[in-house]
Write a protein that binds this ligand. Structure first.
Ligand SMILES: CC(=O)N[C@@H](CC(=O)O)C(=O)NC[C@H](CC1(C(=O)N[C@@H](Cc2ccc(O)cc2)C(=O)O)CCCC1)C(=O)O
Ligand SMILES: [Zn+2]
Length: 593
């Protein structure tokens, strides 16, 4: 067969192009539904046949994407006069790792990813011969409540032996296959592709500026926390570097420190703003927690959860012995009808916050469901992470908790205010270096700057240098501590959370103004404000159809990420902490753990 390549001219007809895009949309909804449904089945029932079915669907999706890219490339889309059509086509041809033409390698890549996720999600730590505990809820509860230094160390180390160490070799292969695929999509490495979603040439500098701006708040909180932890565990347990051992912060990864509130509460004996006891006492169920959240969204005039959500979500850990991915997640089935949350919900305030976070994703899906499939995304990934957290900034205020019957009475004095801000800081400020460093590590791995023989060293350089957290016992390159954090085996990018933790305060400030709330930012509750809801939904409906600075301008009145709103929110606590910390600087010794 003589292959005669006809140098067909690029198609310039934009009406034909729009027609093509509409056909792709219809096709995408079917192929995406099949892939998401297969992923859902695997995540809610980890079996080899469900794993294979998911891999099969991801290969079909990749082939579909390759065909779309090939056909879209026949259009002269870069020169379209219709800027929206240009934007749409730029997304049609940008298919990520699906660009891998070698089917064997593409199948291997997908198999590795599902294998890493299975190892992580079925990981257990055996405290005694026949007492092996999973992360959710057992190990998480232990890390949150134990004050036994050695017990915490056993769990901390055990989790990393059961997950990270077992994932290391798979991850090396994953990195090279992912990079090989992404090069075929026109990017130098996977990290470059992930950063392209923010479409900002100064993105990394902007992030560094934000981090440096916020670092003093973190240093003060870190110094105060370390002082209190030394009182609890003894100063001899702390390295001379000024770092805090990683296993005593109330969380498996020391990413948020809210579970230390009992120790760190500045003025004990005030209102019990950790409403977990009230939730338990009022027989809260997982369902009830989601109904409380749904009611808040409805109060803003936003879209309520459809019946499919209630019929098909998995709102608590199954009791039939199935292995599931317990890590909470929200799901868009791309058929404009099916939207679900999968969460092994615990009856705690921490999980009530997570409920709102997941419902924020669902609200975004609902708001942009009539967009073209390629536009059914956040304006940038940070936007998607911010929606639920913005709502929960209002929900967590003592006045709101009182409105929904979880706080009997609210004391309005300086000390109660500092207590509240401390609780919020342990959730938001403590997180900032962690949210920042995960993809600093990953981008360096994808770019080749960090090679497999120093994966762990680089991880701890960042953990010590940026977070002031050090390993409670020696680590080697036989360990793979990044692999003990869901998003690494799960291959979920992470800088989106750092972005979210900054912009959610910009959104909050702007929605509070729209709601006519003339109170200090940390006391604002936008509950029942349809004006705030209107402003939020206008932005959400866009999905990713416009560059994110336009969406940012719509909702926040400025087109850049800006730490000012976060700093304004925490200002009273910042002042208090400086007084408490005898204003001494904290120096994290650079690289050595
Ligand atoms: C199909 C799919 O994957 N869907 C995506 C959504 C989408 O992309 O459409 C999704 O559901 N991703 C799961 C992920 C879950 C959580 C998470 O991982 N959080 C980070 C960081 C953090 C910590 C504190 C906090 O308050 C907010 C964030 C962590 O726990 O380290 C767990 C608890 C909260 C959010 C999520 O919802 O973002
Ligand atoms: Zn999220």
């Amino acid at each position: 067969l003589v292959m005669n390549f006809v140098h067909s001219e690029l198609i310039t007809n934009e009406t034909a192009a729009r027609e093509f895009a509409n056909e792709v949309n219809a096709g995408s909804e079917v192929v995406m539904y099949n892939f998401v449904a297969a992923s859902w089945n695997y995540n809610t029932n980890i079996t080899t046949e469900n794993q294979q079915a998911m891999v099969d669907e991801s290969l079909k999706l990749a082939l579909f994407d390759q065909a779309v890219e090939a056909n879209a490339s026949r259009y002269d889309w870069k020169n379209f006069s219709d800027t929206d059509l240009n934007r749409l086509f730029s997304k049609l041809v940008d298919i990520g790792t699906a660009a891998m033409t070698d089917k064997v390698k593409l199948e291997r890549l997908n198999n590795i990813m599902s294998e890493m996720e299975a190892i992580y999600s079925t990981g257990k730590v055996c405290l005694t011969e026949n007492n092996c505990l999973p992360l959710d809820p057992d190990l998480s509860r232990l890390m949150a409540t134990s004050t036994d230094y050695d017990e915490l160390l056993t769990v901390w180390k055990g989790w990393r032996d059961a997950t990270g160490a077992k994932i290391k070799d798979l991850y090396k292969e994953f990195v090279s296959l992912s990079n090989e695929a992404i090069v075929q999509n026109g990017y130098p490495d996977t990290g470059a592709y992930w950063k392209s979603w923010y479409d900002t040439p100064t993105f990394e500098e902007d992030l560094k500026t934000l981090f440096e701006t916020l670092k003093p708040l973190y240093v003060n909180l870190h110094a105060y926390t370390r002082k209190k932890l030394k009182e609890r565990y003894g100063a001899d347990k702390f390295p001379t570097s000024g770092h805090i051992p990683a296993h005593i912060l109330g969380n498996m990864w020391a990413q948020t420190w809210g579970n230390l509130f009992d120790l760190l509460e500045p003025y004990p004996g005030k209102d019990d703003i950790d409403v977990t006891p009230q939730m338990v006492q009022q027989n809260y169920t997982a369902e009830k927690m989601f109904q409380v959240s749904d009611e808040f969204f409805k109060s803003l005039g936003l879209i309520e959860m459809p019946s499919e959500f209630w019929d098909h979500s998995m709102l608590k850990k199954p009791t039939d012995g199935r292995d599931v991915v317990c890590h909470a997640s929200a799901w868009d089935f791309y058929n404009k009808k099916d939207f679900r949350v999968k969460q092994c919900t615990d009856i705690t305030m921490e999980d009530l916050i997570t409920v709102h976070h997941e419902m924020g994703h669902i609200e975004y899906y609902l708001q942009y469901k009539d967009q073209h499939v390629v536009y059914r995304d956040g304006a940038n990934p940070g936007f998607h992470e911010a929606v639920g957290d913005v709502i929960s900034l209002s929900v967590q205020t003592p006045t709101h908790l009182q409105k929904i019957g979880l706080l009997p009475e609210v004391t309005n004095d300086e000390e109660a205010e500092i207590n509240f801000l401390m609780k919020m800081a342990l959730q938001k400020i403590a997180f900032l270096p962690f949210g920042y460093l995960i993809d600093q590590w990953r981008w360096s791995v994808f770019s080749g700057e960090t090679t497999p023989d120093n994966y762990n060293q680089k991880w701890w350089d960042l953990r010590c240098g940026l977070q002031g957290i050090s390993p409670p016992e020696d680590r080697t390159e036989d360990d793979f501590d990044p692999g003990a954090k869901f998003h690494i085996p799960g291959n979920t990018p992470y800088i989106r959370y750092f972005v979210s933790f900054v912009i959610q305060f910009q959104f909050h400030k702007s929605l509070c103004q729209a709601a006519g709330q003339n109170v200090p930012l940390h006391q604002c509750d936008i509950y029942q404000s349809t004006a705030a809801g209107q402003k939020l939904s206008e932005m959400l409906k866009l999905g990713s159809s416009k560059p994110w600075p336009e969406a940012m301008m719509m909702i926040a009145g400025e087109d850049k990420m800006n730490a000012a709103a976060l700093m304004e929110y925490f200002q009273p606590l910042t002042t208090w902490l400086i007084e408490q910390n005898d204003v001494y600087k904290l120096v994290f010794a650079e690289s050595n753990p």
